[in-house]
Design a protein around this ligand. Structure first.
Ligand SMILES: Nc1nc2c(ncn2[C@@H]2O[C@H](COP(=O)(O)OP(=O)(O)OP(=O)(O)O)[C@@H](O)[C@H]2O)c(=O)[nH]1
Length: 211
C-alpha cells in the first residue's frame, strides 16, 4: 500500500482522479484497496460520490497526491458525473470481467470522457474481479486490451479482492501524468520560498467518504 505522507524535500503535485463505471463493478472496492489496503465482501452502493486521497511517490524527488472522486454507478446518479470529471487530470473507467454489458458501459464512459473531459486527461480501463476469471470470465482479456490500445488507454485487469494489479494501476496512471509544467512551477515556488499550499487547485465539489 502507498504511504499517505510524502518524505521531506519531495515536491508533491495534487492531481484529480475520477472513477467511472457501471454499478457494482468494484470502483469503491478498488479505491478502498488502494487507500486502506482493505476489502469488504458486502459493500453498500455509493450514494452521489465519495472522496479520498492517497499520495504516491513517482520518483525520489516527486510525489503525486491523488484526490480521488469515486462516483456512484447507479443510473440515477449519471447526470452528476460531469461535475467530477470536468477538472479531472486522470480517470479510471472500471468494468467487471464477469459482466460483458459492463464493458459496453465502460466504452460509453470513455467516449464521453474523450468528448467532454479536459484535453490530455489520462484514462485507464480496468477489468475488475480478476479473482473470478477461471469460473466466471465473460470478457476476454485480449478483446478489452485491443480496444484499450486502439483508444489509447492504459489497461489492467485487477482484483480489489486479492489486490492483484491494484497498486500497479494507480501507479501507472500517476507515472503517465504530464507533470513537467507543474513541477517547474512548484520548484520555482520552493526556490522563492512561497508556501506551496497557496498554489493548490481550486475547490472541489462536496462529497463524503463512504469507506
Ligand atoms: N470477487 C470480487 N468481488 C469484488 C471485487 N471488487 C468488488 N467486489 C464486490 O462487488 C460488489 C460491488 O463492489 P463496489 O466496490 O461497491 O462496486 P461499485 O462499482 O463501487 O458500485 P456502485 O457504488 O454501485 O457504483 C461488492 O460486493 C464487492 O465486495 C473483486 O475484485 N472481486
Amino acid at each position: 500500500m502507498a504511504s499517505n505522507t510524502a518524505p521531506k524535500n519531495v515536491v508533491t503535485i495534487n492531481q484529480k482522479l475520477v472513477l467511472l463505471g457501471d454499478s457494482a463493478v468494484g470502483k469503491s472496492s478498488l479505491v478502498l484497496r488502494f487507500v486502506k489496503d482493505q476489502f469488504d465482501d458486502y459493500r453498500e452502493s455509493t450514494i452521489g460520490a465519495a472522496f479520498l486521497t492517497q499520495t504516491l511517490p513517482i520518483d525520489e524527488n516527486t510525489s503525486v497526491k491523488l484526490e480521488i472522486w469515486d462516483t456512484a454507478g447507479q443510473e440515477r446518479y449519471k447526470s452528476l458525473a460531469p461535475m467530477y470529471y470536468r477538472n479531472a487530470n486522470c480517470a479510471i473507467v472500471v468494468y467487471d470481467i464477469t459482466q460483458a454489458a459492463s464493458l459496453e458501459k465502460a466504452k460509453s464512459w470513455i467516449k464521453e470522457l474523450q468528448r467532454q473531459a479536459p484535453e490530455g486527461i489520462v484514462i485507464a480501463l480496468a477489468g475488475n474481479k480478476l479473482d473470478l476469471a477461471q469460473e466466471r470470465r465473460a470478457v476476454e482479456k485480449a478483446d478489452a486490451e485491443a480496444y484499450a490500445a486502439e483508444a489509447n488507454l492504459l489497461f489492467f485487469e485487477t482484483s480489489a479482492k486479492t489486490a492483484e494489479n491494484v497498486n500497479e494501476l494507480f501507479t501507472a496512471i500517476a507515472k503517465k501524468l504530464p507533470l513537467e509544467d507543474k513541477l517547474n512551477q512548484a520548484r520555482g515556488a520552493v526556490n522563492r520560498g512561497v508556501n506551496l499550499s497557496e498554489a493548490r487547485p481550486a475547490a472541489q465539489p462536496s462529497g463524503s467518504c463512504s469507506c
